[in-house]
Design a protein around this ligand. Structure first.
Ligand code: PLP
Length: 399
């Protein structure tokens, strides 16, 4: 019998199972909603997975990136207008946070096969104003971190890994998130671990960890960053905390998440092995099923020296294809398969207002933006949905 999906096959999904509900019930039973045991356990387990010393759970990947730039700017005394290197193809938030912190994004073209920042093109963009590189591990695959870290060392630059599209993957045997000064993750719906909204900063720098916790709490004094900080304290120690509860040492934000998001995250961490295995198996299924079309479609490349987490399944239409991306995407959407463009950035109206029509200067990113799209590869996809996606793409090209 032919399978017809009842609802759209999304690029991401969340099904709250017994795992998430177990932790959510604990939050409901205790009525503790702000930074407490759930968040602390989630942070602890997440950082151990990535072999880092500190994790800070906040309300989005964008907030995680924003506060990372802000605290590095403070620590290293960067001036407004100094330069931050980012890829010419990434989700808009990578660029927005640079602008929000009064710094200047400097774009670098991407590699045609991984779609990540091309390390060979970074050095020509480094000036005496460059302060930081933000490589993005796009679509679930780590950027080429070795040459990037070599350049950062050579030019005394800081590094923030934008890991919002990747988790639990290694590059040359080392976990992503453990290369830069700080790395940032997103747990928004359709991401690898889903908590509704959420973001995580990882760092091995003790000072940056304190600054980040302060920054996401309105810039509070580190003596009172946790409502349990005064519990069990007496005498002068208690008096000191009480007097500094409303002490603000930097211009901060309210970027906090709640115990509910952390509880969902803990439930997802309980099934993380299943998530990783299923995403890889889904990608292998798509790659096998779409093999007859490799003259027309560039399927994802998996580099030997790194994992691929497959946050989604990205495809770029080759120039040999008799049909366009728009035709394929419209066909899939009409058949209830959700698609997304491969992260438009430099063609966006406000970016053009700020920087002019610069997309043509980044031909690889431009080609991927124009001819690339993705569909879901998430762990909730059912066998019949995966087969349906493959069948529909094959059908489209057979017509
Ligand atoms: C590369 C990249 N950076 C940053 C973000 C922002 O994450 P959030 O949506 O949690 O703010 C995203 C979100 O999709 C992303 O893909």
């Amino acid at each position: 019998m032919t399978f017809i999906p009842e609802k759209q096959i999304g690029t991401g999904d969340i099904v709250l199972s017994v795992h998430e509900k177990k932790y959510l019930h604990k939050v409901i039973e205790t009525s503790r909603m702000s930074y407490g045991p759930m968040t602390k356990e989630f942070e602890s387990r997440f950082r151990k997975h990535h072999k880092c010393d500190h994790a800070l759970f906040c309300n989005s990947g964008t907030s995680a990136l924003h506060m990372s730039l802000a605290v590095l700017k403070e620590k290293y005394n960067w001036k407004d207008g100094e330069e931050i290197i980012i890829p010419a193809l990434t989700f808009i938030a990578t660029c927005n946070v640079v602008l929000h912190t009064n710094l200047k994004p400097v774009f670098v073209d991407i590699e045609p096969d991984t779609y990540n920042i091309d390390p060979k093109k970074i050095e020509e963009k480094i000036t005496d104003k460059t302060r930081c590189i933000i490589p993005v591990h796009l679509f679930g695959q780590p950027a080429d971190m070795e040459p990037i870290m070599d350049l950062a060392k050579k030019h005394n630059l800081q590094v923030i890994e934008d890991s919002c599209e990747a988790m639990f993957v290694k590059y040359k045997g080392k976990s992503i998130g453990s290369f830069g000064n700080i790395s940032c993750f997103s747990t928004y719906i359709a991401h690898f671990l889903v908590t509704g909204v959420g973001g995580i900063c990882l760092t091995n720098d003790d000072e940056l960890a304190i600054m980040l916790r302060s920054y996401m709490n309105h810039g509070r004094d580190s003596i009172y960053l946790d409502m349990d900080a005064d519990k069990g304290k007496k005498g002068s120690e208690l008096a000191s905390i009480v007097s500094k509860r409303f002490n603000f040492v930097r211009l901060g934000h309210s970027f906090r998440a709640t115990e509910f998001e952390a509880a969902v995250g803990l439930g997802q961490l309980d099934i993380v092995d299943e998530i990783i295995t299923k995403r890889k198996a889904n990608a292998a299924f798509f790659t096998k099923g779409l093999q007859p079309l490799t003259n027309y479609l560039q399927l994802p490349t998996q580099k030997e020296d790194r994992d691929h987490g497959f946050m989604m399944y990205p495809i770029v239409i080759k120039k040999e294809s008799p049909k366009t991306k728009e035709q394929l995407v419209n066909f899939l959407e009409e058949n209830k398969i959700e698609t997304r463009d491969m992260v438009p950035l430099l063609n966006q109206p406000f970016i053009k207002d700020l920087f002019g029509d610069i997309e043509k200067d980044f031909p690889v990113a431009e080609n991927v933006r124009k001819n690339g799209f993705y569909f879901g590869c998430h762990h909730y996809l059912k066998e019949e949905e995966k087969q349906y996606i493959v069948d529909k793409v094959l059908e489209f090209f057979s017509e």
